[in-house]
Write a protein that binds this ligand. Structure first.
Ligand SMILES: *[C@@H]1O[C@H](CO)[C@@H](O)[C@H](O)[C@H]1NC(C)=O
Ligand SMILES: *[C@@H]1O[C@H](CO)[C@@H](O)[C@H](O)[C@H]1NC(C)=O
Ligand SMILES: *[C@@H]1O[C@H](CO)[C@@H](O)[C@H](O)[C@H]1NC(C)=O
Ligand SMILES: *[C@@H]1O[C@H](CO)[C@@H](O)[C@H](O)[C@H]1NC(C)=O
Ligand SMILES: *[C@@H]1O[C@H](CO)[C@@H](O)[C@H](O)[C@H]1NC(C)=O
Ligand SMILES: *[C@@H]1O[C@H](CO)[C@@H](O)[C@H](O)[C@H]1NC(C)=O
Length: 482
């Protein structure tokens, strides 16, 4: 068959573009190849629990412990958790209540407009094997009550990493929070934070105890850079870390597109740099796909799972120390990784990210961040490559032909490599609707989060230090180099 010259040229051009864009050279050692390397905490991927719902998740949702312990099995340590959210600024401490938390709601799908909590709340948090960030109330402007709660947290919780003083203060004016009754702006909030950080830190006699910031509105108006510029050394000594919240939103397709995620994370570059300059970690203290509990058509899908994976990794690559994915009202939470009865697709993506990062010391990204295709590499403590994660964020919604793209890795030193595939029927797949994703052939059981199915690795031959992997649109592959 004759191929007309014009089409041949076009074909060659497409082939050449694909090959050059999707050949990634795996650095032989950390620090080489002109890439940027992020040092890793033991467990960069964490979970945030809405304040009032935390006791339910820990006492009355079977999957919670298993979902967290699946990650401990991979990483060797329990994932970090944060307890907080809008209801932390509706909560008052009551030292004499024997309940974890006391509130009434009209419907189980509601969040309470006011609540109290007792010392048992902190004792429950202290049963957890990982670190805990606890969010306390500033909005109510009831300093002595918050100091009482902070003292109880410090004395009851051996796993307490930090205390937040207020959640998303930029919304307090419209929420009618007493502390924002006069002028309320980034500057007045910063002065308030600095004052409270000093008073609470002093009252509990702990430095490095406050997770500051905690805004959702974008930097530089609200954020660490703006806050740090207002802090003297007395305030700084009480600060453990700076946190920002983030809910990128959008359609499934825009959410899961790699270049969109990279642009979204770049909005925090200056804030991260400002925190690192004063020697403090920067975290996403509360984040997920779409604000307000998630969007029904977006947040529970496999596309959102792939976003979760890529986003956690890109944030970590950008030197965010930890990323806490938020979990709201049990039974009314589109973006939750698990619920009482069923699994959420995003857990699969987060688990793939945890599997890449597990027991690793450094992370780099080999891609430009400008296309649909990503390649991340982790390194062990000796600086040797450990694993590679490849991501094809081309959108496949279940109809028509599903394209496949070759990803070539060079610089490999073994004869063959094994890999685990993260896949599902389409970007719209949801486990609660029968569209179970799989990771290495395995799935997570509804209601328990136990692993089901047989673990499956694919083996690919390496020739001349190169191996090529086919990734379908809307798929990821975790390649094991050791
Ligand atoms: C646990 O959850 C179920 C289902 O929502 C509810 O009926 C029950 O009261 C809860 N139990 C406790 C101890 O919270
Ligand atoms: C605190 O808890 C005690 C014991 O349940 C209760 O009697 C008291 O009314 C509570 N105080 C507030 C302010 O809720
Ligand atoms: C530092 O800032 C805190 C909080 O605004 C304030 O209470 C303290 O007086 C300041 N210290 C100095 C030495 O300026
Ligand atoms: C505060 O903590 C320091 C050690 O961190 C200790 O030396 C000091 O006695 C404590 N002060 C009070 C008032 O407990
Ligand atoms: C992250 O921090 C390391 C130093 O610890 C630095 O070498 C690297 O360039 C930073 N990454 C980014 C994306 O800025
Ligand atoms: C989870 O439950 C849904 C709805 O009943 C079902 O379709 C799906 O197959 C279940 N997933 C697993 C892994 O059993």
């Amino acid at each position: 068959m004759m191929i007309p010259p014009a089409e041949l040229v076009a074909l060659i051009a497409v082939f050449a573009a694909t090959v050059s864009a999707l050949t990634f050279s795996v650095p032989s050692k950390v620090g080489t190849g002109g890439y940027s390397y992020a040092p890793l905490e033991e467990a960069p991927v964490g979970i945030s629990f809405e304040f009032f719902a935390f006791p339910s998740y820990f006492t009355n949702v079977t999957s919670t412990e298993q979902c967290l312990s699946n990650w401990k099995d991979l990483a060797g340590v329990w994932p970090p958790i944060r307890i907080g959210g809008t209801t932390q600024d509706r909560a008052s401490y009551n030292a004499s209540t024997s309940a974890y938390v006391v509130y009434t709601v009209a419907s189980p799908s509601d969040a309470p407009s006011t609540l109290t909590f007792g010392p048992k709340f902190m004792r429950l948090a202290n049963t957890y094997g990982g670190s805990v960030v606890l969010g306390l109330n500033r909005g109510k402007n009831h300093l002595s009550n918050t100091i009482d709660a902070a003292k109880a947290a410090v004395s009851e919780m051996s796993n307490l990493l930090a205390i937040e003083l207020g959640n998303e203060p930029e919304y307090w004016k419209s929420d009618g929070q007493p502390i924002a009754s006069g002028t309320w702006s980034p500057a007045t909030d910063a002065a308030s934070q600095n004052n409270w950080d000093t008073l609470v830190g002093n009252a509990v006699n702990r430095t490095n105890i406050i997770q500051a910031g905690n805004s959702n509105s974008l930097p530089p108006t609200w954020g660490a850079e703006e806050l740090i510029a207002t802090e003297n050394s007395t305030v700084k000594q009480y600060i453990q870390s700076y946190a920002h919240h983030n809910y990128p939103g959008g359609t499934i397709q825009s959410l899961m597109t790699h270049s969109t995620t990279v642009s979204n994370i770049h909005r925090f570059d200056a804030d991260i740099a400002a925190a690192l300059r004063v020697g403090k970690p920067y975290v996403f203290g509360e984040t997920n796909s779409v604000s307000g509990g998630g969007a029904a058509g977006v947040s529970p899908t496999f596309g959102a799972a792939l976003w979760t994976m890529d986003y956690a990794l890109r944030a970590t690559y950008s030197n965010m120390s930890r990323t806490y994915f938020h979990h709201g009202t049990v039974g009314n939470c589109q973006y939750c990784f698990w619920g009482r009865y069923s699994m959420g697709a995003p857990y699969y993506g987060a688990t793939a990210a945890v599997a890449l990062l597990a027991r690793a010391s450094y992370l780099t990204a080999l891609d430009t961040g400008k296309t649909n295709y990503a390649a991340y590499v982790t390194f062990d403590s000796a600086g040797t490559p450990l694993r590679v994660l490849l991501y094809n964020s081309d959108y496949y919604a279940g109809s028509g032909t599903r394209s496949s793209t070759p990803f070539t890795l060079t610089g490999l030193t073994m004869d063959s490599v094994k890999a685990k595939r993260l896949t599902a029927a389409s970007a719209l797949s949801r486990p609660d609707q029968g569209g179970n994703p799989s990771f290495g052939g395995q799935y997570f059981n509804n209601g328990t989060c136990t692993v089901g199915g047989t673990e499956m690795y694919e083996t690919t031959a390496v020739s001349g230090g190169q191996a090529t992997f086919m990734l379908k649109a809307t798929e990821a592959l975790l390649v094991y180099l050791q």
